[in-house]
Design a protein around this ligand. Structure first.
Ligand SMILES: *Cc1c(COP(=O)(O)O)cnc(C)c1O
Length: 365
């Protein structure tokens, strides 16, 4: 069975290097934060083309930290796309602010800039755009709206490591970029990890304090803080992986564009990729009339698929109190009920990619 994503192939290939990195951390017992986490921060900032990156314990914390660094809290509203992983909205809710869900476009499946303005109120403080599936959202238009209304734009880059918008790295465009290094993301830790990238020193300092129990000087706590530090072992592993990220991204793009060129089945619809963007194919999602039938069909042909995401945020039980109903974000709802994610990961062989294409083309519904 070809898995949707198989991390073991990368581990087997670079095992010695990963284990040596972990061993170094153990020898120096720099387990929480510390020099290996700090070294990765510098490397990751350079990769994203920004002066600062603050490593944290996961991508959800990265979003929470970004909201806190902007001073967002109870009484505030933040615009969030309805079709994203739920953690985009958690980051807002943790501060006491309210996520306001906006629909996606019917072709890029990214936040629809034309539907943002009608949801802005005098409580709105920020817009979080998500570069979903590794496809940059229309940053230019979102930024223009934000500027007009005096709002911050924060990027959720949990799926977009290395993706470009008009030649610029995602994570360097907005006020801050929030990354996840969850296993299976384009750049991943051996456990949990995340980072907030930014150009302003004040954000970096705020996040460094927040993630470290609210202190800059040990045992002197200036603000309510959290234990959101990146672990040393994760920093060391990420430093190894970051060297391979360009290679992995190149391979993801190769496979992604090949799928687009060679998949010809009118029963399957693919995401649109605007010309001013260079996506990184974190997830290769298609829509199909009957996802369960399609997934069973692929399984019978030896390929595992899954779904991102079967329920849009505004219809999740956890957000029932916000009062959304079916029909509020029709494009996101359509995507949720028709999406299927095909196998795609850097270590896939050409033959395996060919198998996926062939099976997709032969699907009759
Ligand atoms: C993975 C993900 C997150 C959360 O990251 P974690 O590291 O799992 O906490 C947030 N937003 C999006 C879009 C994601 O895909």
């Amino acid at each position: 069975m070809l898995k949707r994503i198989d991390l073991s192939r990368d581990y087997r290939k670079h095992r010695e290097e990963y284990l040596a990195a972990i061993e170094t951390v153990c020898n120096e017992t720099a387990f929480s934060g510390g020099k290996f986490a700090d070294a990765f921060d510098k490397e990751f900032a350079a990769f994203c083309g920004v002066p600062y990156a603050a490593g944290v314990n996961n991508g959800t914390s990265a979003l929470h930290c970004a909201m806190m660094a902007l001073g967002i809290g109870a009484g505030d509203e933040v615009i969030v796309p309805a079709n994203t992983y739920i953690a985009t909205a958690w980051g807002v809710s943790y501060t006491g602010a309210v996520p306001i869900f906006v629909d996606c476009t019917s072709d890029t499946w990214e936040i629809d800039p034309d539907k943002i303005e009608e949801r802005i109120t005098d409580k709105t403080k920020a817009i979080i755009g998500v570069h979903l599936y590794g496809q940059p959202f229309e940053f230019g238009k979102v930024k223009e709206i934000a500027k007009r209304h005096g709002l911050y734009v924060v990027e959720d880059c949990a799926q977009s490591h290395g993706a470009l918008y008009e030649g610029k790295m995602t994570g360097s465009l907005g006020e801050m970029g929030c990354f996840s290094f969850y296993p299976g993301k384009n750049l991943y830790a051996f456990g949990e990890g995340g980072s907030v990238t930014c150009c302003k020193r004040e954000y970096f300092d705020a996040i460094t304090t927040i993630k470290n129990q609210g202190c800059q000087v040990r045992y002197y706590h200036d603000v309510l803080g959290y234990n959101y530090r990146l672990e040393g072992i994760q920093g060391a592993v990420l430093s190894v992986s970051l060297k391979y990220l360009p290679e992995w991204t190149k391979r993801r793009r190769e496979i992604g564009w090949r799928y687009i060129r060679e998949m010809k089945n009118p029963l399957l619809t693919m995401q649109a990729h605007p010309e001013n963007t260079d996506p990184v194919f974190h997830l290769f999602v298609i829509t199909v009339e009957d996802p369960d039938d399609f997934i069973t069909y692929m399984e019978r042909n030896g390929m595992e698929c899954n779904r991102h995401y079967p329920v849009p945020c505004h219809l999740q039980k956890a957000y029932r109190s916000l009062g959304y109903g079916a029909g509020d974000c029709p494009n996101a709802e359509y995507l949720a009920s028709h999406c299927v994610t095909l196998p795609l990961f850097p270590e896939m062989t050409d033959k395996e990619a060919g198998m996926v294409i062939e099976a997709c083309n032969a699907y009759k519904g």
